[in-house]
Design a protein around this ligand. Structure first.
Ligand code: NAD
Length: 238
């Protein structure tokens, strides 16, 4: 594989498993040195830091340790996220609401706020935030998750507007349901219902997400800032 990211240093939050791990592997194959920031680093390849992205002090400590270990960060992929419970809004547990927002939205703010100044100073950087199709469409029962993912889109666009000519590009991706270990916990009916909503008639793969992220952080993506890259198999109309 072409080493398009040789010499670049990347942080991938939630990189110990699932989609994040796929992104870590792809960026590593492309030649980047990757630090995995995860609440649970077991199984993480290469350099890793135990971090709770919802806690700013934890993020700051991880950043200091990462710079010490691998050098200044050129690429940030804000991927860590939790789903939270499924419940109608009037029954949605208040604590869970706060936790989902804290991890899925405030976590993106914490990592960006901590890593961006160095990128700005060096006039070089790429940030990719992992939103979701649910952030565009909404979904019954997961209002906190949808609100957080919609927030990630608004946050991405706002930060991009603060960096019109800084050498730093900030974009996000909006995937549909993806084939991960989660599928093992789902009923065949649930899986079939999810597939039926996707015009291409199949699920997104982790590899497809990783390939898009590698493009967005790579040298061929130079004129796109504040954009939501689609990964919906034809489902999204905007
Ligand atoms: N799986 C899907 O179908 C799908 C679809 C669209 C978007 N997404 C988004 O993609 C991202 C990754 O999802 P996934 O399916 O790989 O999830 P996953 O649960 O398999 O992995 C998430 C990773 O994030 C870590 N993490 C969770 N909370 C954290 C915290 N507070 N601080 C640091 N790390 C934390 C976990 O330990 C885990 O390693 C999430 O943001 C998710 O919302 C997933």
């Amino acid at each position: 594989m072409e080493q398009t990211l040789a010499g670049q240093r990347a942080v991938v939050t939630g990189g110990a498993r699932g989609i994040g791990l796929g992104i870590v592997r792809r960026l590593t194959e492309r030649g980047a040195t990757v630090a995995v920031w995860d609440r649970d680093t077991e199984g993480a390849p290469g350099y890793s830091c135990q971090v709770d992205v919802a806690d700013l002090d934890s993020v700051r400590a991880a950043h200091a340790a990462t710079v010490e270990a691998i050098g200044d960060v050129d690429i940030l992929v804000n991927n860590a996220g939790i789903n939270g419970p499924v419940a109608p809004v009037e029954d949605y547990p208040v604590e869970a609401w706060h936790r989902v927002l804290a991890v899925d939205l405030t976590g993106v703010f914490h990592c960006t706020r901590t890593i961006l100044p160095g990128m700005r100073e060096r006039r070089r950087g790429r940030i990719v935030n992992v939103s979701s199709i649910v952030g565009k469409e909404g979904a019954a029962g997961i209002s906190a998750y949808a609100a957080a993912k919609a927030g990630v889109i608004g946050f991405t666009k706002s930060v991009a507007r603060e960096l019109p000519d800084a050498g730093v590009l900030v974009n996000c991706i909006a995937p549909v349901i993806t084939e991960t270990d989660l599928f093992r916990e789902m009923t065949p009916e649930h899986i079939a219902a999810g597939r039926a909503k996707i015009p291409m008639g199949r699920f997104l793969t982790v590899d497809e997400i990783a390939a898009m992220v590698a493009f967005v952080v790579g040298p061929d993506c130079t004129f796109t800032n504040g954009f939501v890259f689609d990964l919906s198999g034809g489902r999204a109309t905007y």
